[in-house]
Write a protein that binds this ligand. Structure first.
Ligand code: HEM
Length: 159
């Protein structure tokens, strides 16, 4: 069951992070309209990640050993990458509300950008879990290229 939520969380994260750079690079109004939906997709993504991790721990009866066994804290397997991805995902997830927006003011945007870190670590985690670069690492690399082009376009507009 946790696999279903893992996939849901990952593909939502992919869609959320692709929307802005794709809208900027293509200039598509349709893609830009999806920007306002990112908040709700982010909430669904966060809940799905929590369910993926919690159900995995319950199903494999590791609720306690997970925190005491060093195997689960190593970058030599999928767990180290998953842990960082999860923590990095929870930061924008828990602060994705108007109370946090008011409290953190200008720093709020920076907190939301921690999702980039979740995406990068998540990509490696997913590739290690599925034994394929196409499910995790490649979507991150393509996103980085599109993001770079969007940044370049923004700089050119400023000049
Ligand atoms: C504490 C953090 C995490 C742990 C312990 C964890 C654990 C796991 C494990 C054990 C697998 C392999 C499952 C199997 O093959 O039976 C897996 C796969 C996966 N995880 Fe995670 N995960 C974590 C974080 C995340 C996060 C944050 C995401 C998404 C953003 C994610 C998405 C995935 C995906 C997409 C797969 C592959 C599912 C498939 O087989 O298609 N995981 N995870």
């Amino acid at each position: 069951m946790h696999i279903l939520f893992a996939k849901l969380s990952w593909y939502l994260l992919v869609v959320i992070l692709y929307i802005r750079p794709l809208a900027e690079v293509t200039g598509s109004r349709e893609i830009r309209q999806l920007m306002s939906m990112r908040k709700y997709m982010g909430i669904a993504c966060g809940f799905a990640a929590i369910l993926h991790v919690t159900l995995y721990m319950i199903e494999s009866e590791m609720l306690i050993t997970y925190f005491t066994d060093v195997t689960f804290w190593s970058f030599a397997n999928l767990f180290g990458w998953g842990n960082i991805a999860f923590v990095a995902l929870m930061i924008p997830f828990l602060t994705s509300n108007s109370a946090s927006q008011k409290y953190f003011t200008l720093r709020w945007k920076k907190l939301q950008q921690v999702s980039y870190l979740a995406f990068i670590f998540g990509g490696v985690h997913v590739s290690l879990a599925t034994h394929s670069i196409f499910t995790g690492v490649i979507p991150v690399v393509i996103w980085a290229i599109i993001w770079g082009i969007a940044q370049y376009k923004r700089q050119c507009k400023k000049k």
